[in-house]
Design a protein around this ligand. Structure first.
Ligand code: ADP
Ligand code: ASP
Ligand code: MG
Length: 404
């Protein structure tokens, strides 16, 4: 019997009517003779609402309590999805992350999956039940509920597909697949039939929230081929896998925007060996992921370091830097009014002129570039937040991504 893991995102299970539609879809796939494990997200907006409620009570909620709270979003939808299936005569059982045997490390709010005990799910499948698993959550060795980072239901699905040796993994969402840019922002964006893990990973880590980046990393590591497709129609989606035989020799595959970064400026630090090491050691020890970094040429014995961190980590960053700056001098300032625009494509490895094209497109649109960073297959620039969508359209047009 073919075994399929299907994941339904927040919009797909957004209300009771949509959950009924998802149940019909699941029934259809089961009628075709498939064994099914279903991962669901919280209803669209619920996770954000819960975070807002927490922050209304305390500016920086304890991460353990935040995980306790956020896990209820998915706990609601698993139970409702199971009930919807019962309503149409399908045997189904719902599991929280802990009940599904998803064990994580202890990092609250961004836990990593360590192991999955698939035995209970295997038993249900053998007995003919559809298994519904809460996305985005697990349990750590201390018995505490953890969550896997925003968008983490994707990771739950990919990890279950690997653990259960599923024949297919389908990520159902509210767009037809992976596009050359966010189709809600760039109207001319084109759906890709296939994309390689490497390009999908760069797009995801550059802010294309269609897939959580860690889930793509996991899929690549364990060789999980998956399809991103719409839960609202039956159009074929986008296949994500290792090797993609692209017909066309495209240099740039897609454009992504990340609006969740903040810029941190550490000015007037002593311009001497070890200053940067101390700053970034403190951030690393606080578990903060630093993305773009520039240091200006020092003058009069002082220098300025500018870098970006996830917006949710700015308070942590400032707190972590306080003792360091007390020792080496300097002040810290934070701005959230920035966005990162990235263009991604494996063809960049062997082509020149990609950076020049991006910079020219932005220059023509009179959009100022604050920071630049590159990898083998990605060029990113930091720009003003309010120009981000416009910049995405300009870059998309400059590389003619609307054309196959
Ligand atoms: P879900 O709740 O199903 O996980 P998400 O909101 O997390 O859905 O992700 C789907 C959204 O990702 C789409 O609605 C789209 O606006 C956005 N998106 C951003 N970049 C892309 C892209 N390159 N291709 C497709 N969708 C994208
Ligand atoms: N509900 C979680 C979030 O909003 C996980 C997910 O949707 O994948 O981030
Ligand atoms: Mg998502």
């Amino acid at each position: 019997m073919p075994r399929i893991v299907q994941k339904y995102g927040g919009t797909s299970v957004g209300d009771v009517e949509r959950i009924k539609k998802v149940a019909e879809r699941i029934k259809g796939s089961r009628d075709e003779g498939n064994q099914l494990v279903i991962v669901v997200s919280a209803r669209a907006g619920v996770t954000n609402e819960l975070i807002a409620r927490a922050k209304a009570l305390t500016a920086h909620p304890q991460e353990r309590e935040l995980d306790q709270l956020l896990a209820i979003g998915e706990q609601e939808t698993i139970a409702l999805t199971a009930m919807a299936l019962h309503g149409i005569g399908i045997p189904a059982v719902s599991y929280t992350g802990a009940q599904a045997g998803i064990f994580t490390d202890k990092e609250h709010t961004k836990a990593k999956i360590k192991t999955i005990n698939a035995k209970p799910i295997e038993k249900d499948l053998a007995e003919g039940r559809v298994v519904i698993v809460a996305g985005f959550q697990g349990i750590n060795e201390q018995g505490q509920i953890t969550t896997l980072g925003r968008g983490g239901s994707d990771l739950t699905a990919i990890a279950l597909a690997a653990a259960l040796k599923a024949d297919k993994c389908e990520i159902y969402t509210d767009v037809d697949g992976v596009y050359t840019a966010d189709p809600r922002v760039v109207k001319t964006a084109r759906k890709l039939d296939e994309i390689s893990y490497d390009e999908m990973l760069e797009l995801a880590s550059a802010g294309s929230k269609v897939m959580q980046s860690r889930s793509v990393e996991f899929a690549e590591k364990y060789g999980v081929i998956f399809e991103v497709r719409s839960s609202f129609n039956h159009n074929p989606g986008t296949i994500v896998k290792a090797e993609v035989a692209y017909m066309e020799q495209v240099v740039v595959r897609g454009v992504a925007v990340d609006k969740d970064q903040a810029k941190v400026i550490v000015s007037n630090i002593r311009d001497q060996p070890g200053s940067a090491a101390k700053v970034f050691r403190a951030l690393a020890d606080a578990g903060i992921i630093v993305d773009m970094i520039v240091q200006n040429l020092g003058s009069q014995g002082v220098a300025t370091l500018t870098f970006t961190v996830p917006q949710g980590d700015t308070h942590k960053a400032v707190t972590a830097l306080a003792p360091v700056l007390a020792a080496i001098g300097g002040e810290v300032a934070v701005s959230g009014e920035i966005a990162k625009l990235s263009v991604v494509g494996v063809g960049m490895k062997t082509h020149s002129g990609v950076a020049a094209t991006v910079f020219q497109a932005l220059a023509d649109a009179k959009i100022n570039i604050e920071l630049i960073s590159t990898s083998e297959i990605k060029i990113s620039v930091l720009i003003a937040l309010e120009r981000a969508d416009e910049a995405a359209r300009a870059a998309h047009a400059a590389f003619k991504l609307e054309k196959a």
